[in-house]
Design a protein around this ligand. Structure first.
Ligand SMILES: C[S@@+](CC[C@H](N)C(=O)[O-])C[C@H]1O[C@@H](n2cnc3c(N)ncnc32)[C@H](O)[C@@H]1O
Length: 288
Protein backbone atom coordinates (compact mmCIF):
# COMPACT_ATOMS: atom_id res chain seq x y z
CA UNK A 1 0.00 0.00 0.00
CA UNK A 2 1.38 3.41 -0.97
CA UNK A 3 1.02 5.85 1.94
CA UNK A 4 0.71 9.51 1.13
CA UNK A 5 3.21 11.81 2.86
CA UNK A 6 1.96 15.38 3.25
CA UNK A 7 4.35 18.30 3.76
CA UNK A 8 3.26 18.51 7.39
CA UNK A 9 3.92 14.76 7.90
CA UNK A 10 7.36 15.14 6.33
CA UNK A 11 8.15 18.07 8.59
CA UNK A 12 6.95 16.28 11.74
CA UNK A 13 8.59 12.94 11.06
CA UNK A 14 11.92 14.29 9.78
CA UNK A 15 12.10 16.54 12.86
CA UNK A 16 11.36 13.56 15.10
CA UNK A 17 14.18 11.57 13.46
CA UNK A 18 16.56 14.52 13.73
CA UNK A 19 15.75 14.93 17.43
CA UNK A 20 16.26 11.23 18.15
CA UNK A 21 19.37 10.41 16.15
CA UNK A 22 20.66 13.60 14.50
CA UNK A 23 20.11 12.33 10.97
CA UNK A 24 19.08 15.18 8.69
CA UNK A 25 16.59 14.19 5.99
CA UNK A 26 16.53 16.85 3.28
CA UNK A 27 13.37 17.58 1.30
CA UNK A 28 14.71 15.82 -1.78
CA UNK A 29 14.94 12.60 0.25
CA UNK A 30 11.25 12.29 1.17
CA UNK A 31 11.38 8.79 -0.35
CA UNK A 32 13.51 7.76 2.64
CA UNK A 33 10.55 8.34 4.89
CA UNK A 34 7.93 7.22 2.42
CA UNK A 35 9.59 3.96 1.39
CA UNK A 36 11.45 2.94 4.50
CA UNK A 37 9.04 4.03 7.20
CA UNK A 38 5.73 3.03 5.58
CA UNK A 39 6.24 -0.66 6.53
CA UNK A 40 7.08 0.38 10.12
CA UNK A 41 3.97 2.61 10.26
CA UNK A 42 1.81 -0.21 8.91
CA UNK A 43 3.25 -2.71 11.38
CA UNK A 44 2.09 -0.30 14.10
CA UNK A 45 -1.46 -0.37 12.71
CA UNK A 46 -1.25 3.13 11.21
CA UNK A 47 -3.10 3.88 7.95
CA UNK A 48 -1.28 7.13 7.26
CA UNK A 49 1.78 9.10 8.35
CA UNK A 50 -0.11 11.52 10.54
CA UNK A 51 -1.39 8.60 12.65
CA UNK A 52 2.19 7.34 12.71
CA UNK A 53 3.50 10.69 13.93
CA UNK A 54 0.83 10.73 16.63
CA UNK A 55 2.01 7.26 17.69
CA UNK A 56 5.65 8.41 17.76
CA UNK A 57 4.78 11.46 19.82
CA UNK A 58 2.59 9.62 22.31
CA UNK A 59 3.70 6.01 22.62
CA UNK A 60 7.33 5.75 21.61
CA UNK A 61 8.69 2.41 22.84
CA UNK A 62 12.27 1.08 22.63
CA UNK A 63 11.05 -1.48 20.06
CA UNK A 64 9.59 1.24 17.86
CA UNK A 65 12.83 3.21 18.25
CA UNK A 66 14.84 0.18 17.08
CA UNK A 67 12.52 -0.35 14.11
CA UNK A 68 12.85 3.29 13.04
CA UNK A 69 16.64 3.31 13.44
CA UNK A 70 16.92 0.04 11.48
CA UNK A 71 14.77 1.51 8.71
CA UNK A 72 16.36 4.92 8.46
CA UNK A 73 20.10 4.38 9.02
CA UNK A 74 22.52 3.45 6.27
CA UNK A 75 24.75 0.67 7.55
CA UNK A 76 27.00 0.36 4.51
CA UNK A 77 30.44 -0.88 5.54
CA UNK A 78 33.11 -3.33 4.45
CA UNK A 79 36.42 -4.79 5.61
CA UNK A 80 39.26 -2.27 5.22
CA UNK A 81 36.86 0.31 3.75
CA UNK A 82 38.90 2.92 1.82
CA UNK A 83 42.00 0.98 2.91
CA UNK A 84 44.35 4.00 3.31
CA UNK A 85 43.38 4.81 6.95
CA UNK A 86 44.20 1.18 7.81
CA UNK A 87 47.58 1.42 6.07
CA UNK A 88 48.37 4.50 8.16
CA UNK A 89 47.12 2.74 11.26
CA UNK A 90 49.57 -0.08 10.58
CA UNK A 91 52.56 2.04 9.58
CA UNK A 92 52.25 5.03 11.95
CA UNK A 93 49.45 4.96 14.50
CA UNK A 94 49.80 1.41 15.81
CA UNK A 95 53.56 1.74 16.43
CA UNK A 96 52.80 4.99 18.31
CA UNK A 97 50.21 3.18 20.41
CA UNK A 98 52.65 0.30 21.01
CA UNK A 99 55.24 2.76 22.24
CA UNK A 100 52.72 4.46 24.53
CA UNK A 101 51.76 1.06 25.96
CA UNK A 102 55.41 0.17 26.65
CA UNK A 103 55.97 3.51 28.39
CA UNK A 104 52.83 3.12 30.47
CA UNK A 105 53.83 -0.43 31.46
CA UNK A 106 57.29 0.72 32.49
CA UNK A 107 56.00 3.72 34.39
CA UNK A 108 53.24 1.94 36.35
CA UNK A 109 53.95 -1.83 36.11
CA UNK A 110 51.17 -2.71 38.53
CA UNK A 111 48.50 -0.87 36.53
CA UNK A 112 45.77 -3.33 35.49
CA UNK A 113 43.61 -3.37 32.38
CA UNK A 114 44.10 -2.18 28.81
CA UNK A 115 46.88 0.35 28.37
CA UNK A 116 45.66 1.65 25.03
CA UNK A 117 42.00 2.28 24.30
CA UNK A 118 40.53 2.71 20.84
CA UNK A 119 36.96 3.75 20.11
CA UNK A 120 35.26 2.89 16.88
CA UNK A 121 32.14 5.08 16.91
CA UNK A 122 29.38 4.03 14.47
CA UNK A 123 30.84 0.57 13.89
CA UNK A 124 27.87 -0.89 11.97
CA UNK A 125 28.15 -4.68 11.52
CA UNK A 126 31.68 -4.79 12.96
CA UNK A 127 34.02 -4.96 9.98
CA UNK A 128 35.85 -1.75 10.98
CA UNK A 129 36.63 -2.63 14.64
CA UNK A 130 37.50 -6.22 13.69
CA UNK A 131 39.98 -4.91 11.07
CA UNK A 132 41.66 -2.79 13.74
CA UNK A 133 41.68 -5.78 16.11
CA UNK A 134 43.28 -8.07 13.49
CA UNK A 135 45.98 -5.48 12.83
CA UNK A 136 46.67 -5.10 16.54
CA UNK A 137 46.88 -8.86 16.98
CA UNK A 138 49.25 -9.22 14.05
CA UNK A 139 51.39 -6.35 15.40
CA UNK A 140 51.65 -8.05 18.78
CA UNK A 141 52.59 -11.38 17.19
CA UNK A 142 55.35 -9.64 15.23
CA UNK A 143 56.74 -7.96 18.34
CA UNK A 144 56.44 -10.75 20.89
CA UNK A 145 59.82 -9.89 22.34
CA UNK A 146 58.69 -6.36 23.25
CA UNK A 147 56.37 -7.80 25.84
CA UNK A 148 53.17 -6.40 24.35
CA UNK A 149 50.06 -8.47 24.94
CA UNK A 150 46.61 -8.43 23.37
CA UNK A 151 45.12 -7.47 26.71
CA UNK A 152 47.16 -4.23 26.59
CA UNK A 153 44.72 -3.01 23.91
CA UNK A 154 40.98 -2.64 23.89
CA UNK A 155 38.53 -1.51 21.25
CA UNK A 156 35.12 -0.19 22.17
CA UNK A 157 32.81 -0.37 19.15
CA UNK A 158 29.50 1.47 19.31
CA UNK A 159 26.47 2.07 17.14
CA UNK A 160 22.94 3.41 17.62
CA UNK A 161 21.38 0.42 15.88
CA UNK A 162 20.67 -2.71 17.94
CA UNK A 163 20.21 -4.66 14.72
CA UNK A 164 23.76 -4.07 13.43
CA UNK A 165 25.25 -4.53 16.90
CA UNK A 166 23.53 -7.93 17.25
CA UNK A 167 25.08 -9.00 13.95
CA UNK A 168 28.51 -7.57 14.82
CA UNK A 169 28.64 -9.43 18.14
CA UNK A 170 28.22 -12.82 16.39
CA UNK A 171 31.54 -12.25 14.56
CA UNK A 172 30.00 -14.10 11.60
CA UNK A 173 30.19 -12.89 8.03
CA UNK A 174 28.80 -14.13 4.73
CA UNK A 175 30.84 -15.00 1.64
CA UNK A 176 29.69 -11.72 0.13
CA UNK A 177 30.87 -9.73 3.17
CA UNK A 178 34.34 -11.28 3.36
CA UNK A 179 34.80 -10.86 -0.39
CA UNK A 180 34.36 -7.12 0.10
CA UNK A 181 37.83 -6.00 1.16
CA UNK A 182 39.15 -8.77 3.41
CA UNK A 183 42.65 -9.68 2.21
CA UNK A 184 43.33 -13.42 1.99
CA UNK A 185 46.19 -13.16 4.52
CA UNK A 186 43.69 -12.03 7.22
CA UNK A 187 41.03 -14.47 6.09
CA UNK A 188 43.40 -17.42 6.38
CA UNK A 189 44.86 -16.27 9.66
CA UNK A 190 41.78 -15.17 11.59
CA UNK A 191 38.65 -16.78 10.08
CA UNK A 192 37.15 -20.28 10.08
CA UNK A 193 34.45 -21.42 7.68
CA UNK A 194 31.44 -22.84 9.53
CA UNK A 195 28.64 -23.88 7.16
CA UNK A 196 28.01 -20.89 4.91
CA UNK A 197 29.51 -18.40 7.39
CA UNK A 198 33.01 -17.11 8.03
CA UNK A 199 33.59 -16.84 11.77
CA UNK A 200 36.26 -14.56 13.19
CA UNK A 201 38.58 -16.01 15.86
CA UNK A 202 37.78 -15.61 19.53
CA UNK A 203 41.18 -13.91 20.09
CA UNK A 204 40.08 -11.10 17.80
CA UNK A 205 36.58 -10.91 19.26
CA UNK A 206 38.05 -10.64 22.75
CA UNK A 207 39.70 -7.36 21.76
CA UNK A 208 36.39 -5.74 20.83
CA UNK A 209 33.56 -4.77 23.14
CA UNK A 210 30.33 -3.73 21.40
CA UNK A 211 28.00 -1.24 23.03
CA UNK A 212 24.97 0.72 21.99
CA UNK A 213 25.58 4.46 21.89
CA UNK A 214 23.74 7.36 20.30
CA UNK A 215 26.19 10.08 19.26
CA UNK A 216 23.40 12.62 19.78
CA UNK A 217 23.34 11.95 23.51
CA UNK A 218 26.18 13.01 25.85
CA UNK A 219 28.83 10.28 25.73
CA UNK A 220 31.93 11.46 27.60
CA UNK A 221 31.20 8.90 30.33
CA UNK A 222 32.57 6.28 27.91
CA UNK A 223 35.99 7.36 29.23
CA UNK A 224 39.29 8.44 27.73
CA UNK A 225 40.73 7.13 24.46
CA UNK A 226 44.08 7.08 22.67
CA UNK A 227 42.37 6.88 19.35
CA UNK A 228 38.90 7.54 17.96
CA UNK A 229 37.71 6.28 14.59
CA UNK A 230 34.45 7.95 13.61
CA UNK A 231 34.02 7.23 9.92
CA UNK A 232 31.16 7.72 7.52
CA UNK A 233 28.49 8.78 9.99
CA UNK A 234 29.05 12.53 10.42
CA UNK A 235 27.91 13.03 6.81
CA UNK A 236 24.34 12.47 8.03
CA UNK A 237 24.54 15.19 10.71
CA UNK A 238 24.35 18.99 10.60
CA UNK A 239 27.15 21.33 11.75
CA UNK A 240 25.61 21.97 15.17
CA UNK A 241 25.50 18.23 15.96
CA UNK A 242 29.02 17.71 14.60
CA UNK A 243 30.35 20.55 16.79
CA UNK A 244 28.88 18.92 19.92
CA UNK A 245 30.41 15.58 18.93
CA UNK A 246 33.85 17.10 18.22
CA UNK A 247 33.81 18.95 21.57
CA UNK A 248 33.27 15.65 23.36
CA UNK A 249 35.89 13.85 21.27
CA UNK A 250 38.33 16.60 22.24
CA UNK A 251 37.52 16.09 25.89
CA UNK A 252 37.94 12.30 25.68
CA UNK A 253 41.07 12.08 23.55
CA UNK A 254 44.49 11.70 25.20
CA UNK A 255 46.89 14.61 24.60
CA UNK A 256 48.90 12.57 22.11
CA UNK A 257 45.79 10.73 20.84
CA UNK A 258 44.38 10.87 17.31
CA UNK A 259 41.02 11.11 15.58
CA UNK A 260 40.28 9.57 12.19
CA UNK A 261 37.19 10.58 10.17
CA UNK A 262 35.74 9.24 6.93
CA UNK A 263 37.43 10.34 3.71
CA UNK A 264 34.63 12.81 2.83
CA UNK A 265 34.36 14.18 6.37
CA UNK A 266 36.34 16.94 8.03
CA UNK A 267 36.45 19.35 10.96
CA UNK A 268 36.90 22.44 8.80
CA UNK A 269 34.49 25.26 9.53
CA UNK A 270 33.18 23.38 12.56
CA UNK A 271 35.88 23.31 15.20
CA UNK A 272 39.41 24.66 15.59
CA UNK A 273 40.28 22.45 18.55
CA UNK A 274 42.26 19.98 16.43
CA UNK A 275 45.17 20.23 14.06
CA UNK A 276 45.51 17.98 11.08
CA UNK A 277 48.40 15.78 10.05
CA UNK A 278 48.35 14.45 6.51
CA UNK A 279 49.70 10.95 5.81
CA UNK A 280 49.25 10.34 2.07
CA UNK A 281 45.46 10.22 1.55
CA UNK A 282 44.60 10.05 5.24
CA UNK A 283 44.13 13.01 7.55
CA UNK A 284 44.73 12.33 11.20
CA UNK A 285 43.48 14.93 13.72
CA UNK A 286 45.36 15.68 16.92
CA UNK A 287 44.43 17.90 19.84
CA UNK A 288 45.89 21.39 19.69
C1 LIG B 1 27.59 4.12 6.90
S1 LIG B 1 27.79 3.29 8.45
C2 LIG B 1 29.53 3.49 8.71
C3 LIG B 1 30.14 2.25 9.29
C4 LIG B 1 31.66 2.28 9.43
N1 LIG B 1 32.09 3.32 10.36
C5 LIG B 1 32.36 2.46 8.11
O1 LIG B 1 32.91 3.53 7.85
O2 LIG B 1 32.34 1.53 7.30
C6 LIG B 1 27.06 4.49 9.56
C7 LIG B 1 26.64 3.91 10.91
O3 LIG B 1 26.31 5.01 11.75
C8 LIG B 1 25.27 4.60 12.62
N2 LIG B 1 24.59 5.79 13.17
C9 LIG B 1 23.70 6.62 12.57
N3 LIG B 1 23.29 7.56 13.42
C10 LIG B 1 23.94 7.35 14.59
C11 LIG B 1 23.93 8.00 15.86
N4 LIG B 1 23.15 9.06 16.10
N5 LIG B 1 24.73 7.51 16.82
C12 LIG B 1 25.51 6.42 16.61
N6 LIG B 1 25.55 5.76 15.44
C13 LIG B 1 24.78 6.23 14.44
C14 LIG B 1 24.39 3.73 11.74
O4 LIG B 1 23.58 2.84 12.49
C15 LIG B 1 25.42 3.03 10.84
O5 LIG B 1 25.72 1.74 11.33
Amino acid sequence: MNMELTEQDFHNISKFIYDKCGIVIEKDKTYLIQQRLAPVAQSQGCDNFSQFHFKLANSYTPNLHDAIIAAITTNETSFFRDNHPFEIFKSHLLPQLGKAVEERKNRVPERKGAKARIWCAASSTGQEPYCLAMMIYEYIQNFMNKGLEASDFSIVATDISSRVLAQAITGEFSDYEVKRGLQSQYMQKFFTKEGDKWVIDQNIRDLVEFRRLNLMEPFTNLGGFDSIFCRNVLIYFDDQSKRKIFDQFHHMLANDGFLVLGSTESIYGITDKFESERHNNTIVYKKK
